[in-house]
Write a protein that binds this ligand. Sequence first.
Ligand code: ATP
Length: 204
Amino acid sequence: MTRKPFRLGLTGGIGSGKSTVANFLAEAGAAILDADAISRSVTQAGGRAIPAILAEFGPSMITPEGALNRDAMRALVFSKPDSKRQLEAIIHPLVGQILQAQTETAIAQGQSCLVFDVPLLVESGERWRRQVDAVCVVDCQTETQIQRVMARSGLSRAEIERIMAQQATRAQRLACADFVILNDGIDLAQLKQRVHEMWLSFGL
Ligand code: ATP
């Protein structure tokens, strides 16, 4: 019989270093399941959410290539906030199904640790908390987040602050954490070391 794997929810604010931590965990031997990547894939051209989005919102929300028209959807959500919930009602169950299938595959492969990379884990309330054994928060100072995202994306400080204002606060995230990776004032080699120490503490 296959042993039940350890399920870790990995989260953190924009630019905190989640993807980098996920990569180090993968190197250590974890299977990474990326909720955002799945969410993007179902809204790409030919994605599984496209027929329902077309039926619910009409052709103006679909690009000529057949993907979700993100600009049009952003404008709609701005003018009709309820449409965000309607869109999520289409996307979330599909993401859930695909994650479930990926989880079953990882278990069948005998993986001992499944890492669910979920940027908005804390914001989702109990929905995600119930599905994992522990939560790891990648934490850093707000200013560090802003500097990293500005360097990476070319977004302005104001745009990044707007995104951060829609995310949970540091304190809210830390209140949900079983493990905290403090990713401030350290280089990537030191971050890798911290991730490795956490990995060893799982005792897998
Ligand atoms: P997002 O939520 O925007 O996807 P994220 O939390 O996944 O971001 P990463 O993509 O892992 O964050 O990191 C953001 C950027 O900061 C990357 O370019 C990464 O290489 C860099 N970075 C993260 N941690 C460190 C560190 N300790 N030292 C140097 N660079 C770092």
